[in-house]
Design a protein around this ligand. Structure first.
Ligand code: ADP
Ligand code: ADP
Length: 217
């Protein structure tokens, strides 16, 4: 996964914000990278661009040599569905769907039938077996984030992009959630990129990329 002279400008004229300035970075398959930096420095913008959620003003994002923003909207959506698992600070679960249904949702949206055996295994891996028929509001914060991780992993993505995934969790739950992400990354050789303010998470990463004022330091 690599970027070449990646730039993002929001707004126009006097409202212009230079969110990213010539970002050149490269992350190898299976690598665990933390992105740190002050609030407003461009971390989320970068993660969104790496995941095909937004369009750059200039420069490229390449996966296996493909410039993803040359893809059509349909191809880009397919790329996101099949390659990228997103985890955010907010769990964004669907309140009227049960744990299992929330996890299966991306597969169903892709008009595929979930592989029951794999989903059961995933739910077990997440420690949610007893909770699989519960609704999100019946779960603790840590459990809800584990459901969100399950949803991110359901389609077996090769890249996991997490934006402050433990921002709402206490220390112990933070460790559990990060352990799950790391275990999944090791087990399935998934690239793991995590934005974090948490220094103990950054210490565990194989590499730390520090962003200040839209630039890599
Ligand atoms: P971080 O994740 O490091 O807090 P962001 O990537 O969210 O930083 O934001 C980088 C800069 O871009 C900030 O100045 C922010 O206000 C600005 N920004 C982010 N999203 C938008 C948007 N949709 N429209 C205008 N400005 C934005
Ligand atoms: P935490 O220590 O993370 O704050 P909670 O007190 O929210 O945990 O939850 C403790 C246990 O009770 C968890 O297993 C959670 O799933 C369960 N639980 C919490 N709220 C409900 C609810 N409304 N219905 C059923 N189970 C619940």
């Amino acid at each position: 996964l690599k970027t070449v002279n990646l730039n993002k400008i929001y707004g126009e004229d006097e409202n212009r914000v230079y969110a990213l300035k010539n970002i050149n970075m490269r992350v190898d398959k299976g690598e665990f990278v933390a992105i740190i930096g002050p609030s407003g420095s461009g971390k989320s913008t970068l993660l969104h661009l790496l995941g095909g959620l937004d369009r750059p003003t200039k420069g490229t994002v390449e996966i296996n040599g493909d410039d993803i923003y040359k893809f059509s909207e349909d191809m880009l959506a397919k790329y996101r569905r099949t390659n990228i698992g997103f985890v955010f600070q907010q769990y964004n679960l669907i309140p009227v769907l049960k744990v299992r249904e929330n996890i299966e949702l991306p597969i169903r949206l892709d008009k595929k039938i979930p592989d029951k055996e794999y989903i059961d295994k995933l739910i077990n891996f997440l420690g949610l077996t007893e909770r699989r028929e519960h609704f999100p509001n019946q779960l603790s914060g840590g459990q809800q984030q584990r459901v969100a991780i399950g949803r991110a992993l359901a389609a077996k993505p090769s890249i996991i992009l997490a934006d402050e995934p433990t921002g709402n969790l206490d220390t112990k739950t933070t460790e559990e959630v990060m352990e799950l992400l790391e275990m999944s990354s090791k087990e399935f050789n998934q690239t793991l990129i995590v934005i974090t303010h948490n220094t103990s998470i950054a210490k565990k990463a194989e590499r730390v990329i520090s962003i200040v004022d839209g630039k890599i330091q």
